[in-house]
Design a protein. Sequence first.
Length: 438
Amino acid sequence: MKPLQLRIGLLGLGTVGGGVAEFVITRAERVTRLFDCHLELARALVRDRTKPRPVEIPSSVLTTDPQDVLGDPTIDVVVEVMGGEEPALTYMGAALQAGKHLVTANKEVMAKHGRRLLELAAQHNVDVYYEASVGGGLPLIGPFKRDFVANHISSVRAIINGTTNYILTRMSQEGIDFRDALAEAQRLGYAEADPFNDISGLDAAYKLAILSSLAFHTEVTPDQIYHQGIDTLTARDFRYARELGYAIKLLAIAREHPSGIEARVHPTLVPHQQLLSEVNGVYNAVEIEGDLVGQVLLYGRGAGRFPTASAVAGDLIDLARNIRKGVNNRTQARIEAGNRVLSIQELDTRYYFRLTVSDEPGVLAEIATVFGSLAISIAAFIQQESDSERRTAEIVLLTHRAREASVQEAVRRLRVLPRVREIGSLLRIEDGRSDRDA
Ligand code: NAP
Ligand code: HSE
């Protein structure tokens, strides 16, 4: 039988696109031998044709005109690895309308517009593959669409941003500065071109929107997900957390409750006994709880050229096999109607506060009064040495479970107390149980 020919139009030839191009060029023969399909890099769209590329590409393949990819009827599949919302979304829509299959690593577009693109693909009888959009080389979209599909999923807890996990690990283990750790992550190709989305938690919120939509058969959009970044954490927070038995991780958490879906991303104190606290460097991990399968932990490289190219290339081979079999990759499950996404104000969890206060008698009593008046119970307390020059002391408080709305009110009341000089950090604690159901 003649191998299936799959002509690829790449949109982007940066960190991920370079890895995909290298895979297609160097492993074409193996792919043909094993999978009976011949992958061919037809065109690659870039901004700057003169830029050095990590892999040798014939200059006739490079183009700066998107029409050379989108308007070429001989191109079967468009691989979008340029990133950002626009013009990527427009190009992706045009590719589907032109009857081309789409493989993408773009979590922003899939989180905001995935449903519309999947509908458009179905109308034009083509497919959208997006394994690389969440967790780099870690298989997630496939398992959610296939392997876990028999389960009622109750929770997804994940470290799904390699850049921030790398930064937090370097800050915690080496005591290095936030800016230096970020520069390292950028040099290693983990961070987005503009790292704001990584640092602010937005990148993880995009990924959580994609995963929770699949897990709970609901449309969860990024604007429904509370997110808080890591840029205000200090070396002292890591020291206190360690002393109290916790690591600090940027956790993406989604749970299903009878009242709706909880979905949030923020720096979190994770007890040292939990596996997620041990996930370091650029590694990602996703812990899924299903009623049949129980707890599953998927762990792997969440960013970087070849791990991400592995997911894109896997999608390309899957697409080729499905074309050969004459089947499609579409998810058939219906969206559950009436599932609402809960507001962060409705959250019940435990909290960590780091405060700088005047080192004077009676200050603790004032703080305890604020907490007590809002029914927030204090579980642990540390006071560090005072700064005698500034006549201040630093205190750290851990609370029992409390309602987020009450905690935010406590913050407002503490801010106006003259002897509370600064609320340095307010972090949530994750004990791994469903806080609402406990
Ligand atoms: P990148 O290194 O910045 O590469 C982007 C590529 O797209 C570059 O080749 C650039 O051209 C091209 N490009 C961007 N805007 C363009 C435009 N308007 N017209 C033509 N070409 C354009 O980005 P990346 O890190 O590979 O990320 C690509 C996508 O993969 C993003 O959606 C990202 O979120 C996702 N992703 C990345 C990783 C990772 O580890 N990096 C992991 C998972 C998913 P020039 O080279 O000429 O500038
Ligand atoms: N910037 C992203 C990260 C790339 O650091 O996880 C992978 O999506």
